[in-house]
Design a protein. Structure first.
Length: 81
């Protein structure tokens, strides 16, 4: 085996290994960026959902207070009779 053959036998797998590591680093960075984008989108949707739930809670509390007021008026009318 000549020196050139030895260098090729050792060098080609090392080059493939280095290229694989570089490719994996690129894919990891792309995946990290996508996960960050998904995190921001999910956070925005959750805050939107939270604001909608708070508005619904406020509406339900208003309606409950209105019903309780009407029941109180009915109670006073019935107690007069």
């Amino acid at each position: 085996m000549t020196d050139t053959q030895l260098y090729l036998v050792i060098g080609i797998p090392i080059i493939a290994l280095v290229l694989g590591m570089i490719g994996n680093g690129y894919l990891f960075n792309a995946l990290s960026a996508r996960m960050s984008d998904l995190d921001h989108a999910l956070s925005a949707r959750m805050s939107s959902l939270e604001s909608r739930m708070l508005a619904l809670e406020t509406s339900m509390n208003t309606r409950f207070d209105l019903i309780m007021g009407r029941l109180s008026d009915l109670d006073t009318r019935l107690s007069v009779l």
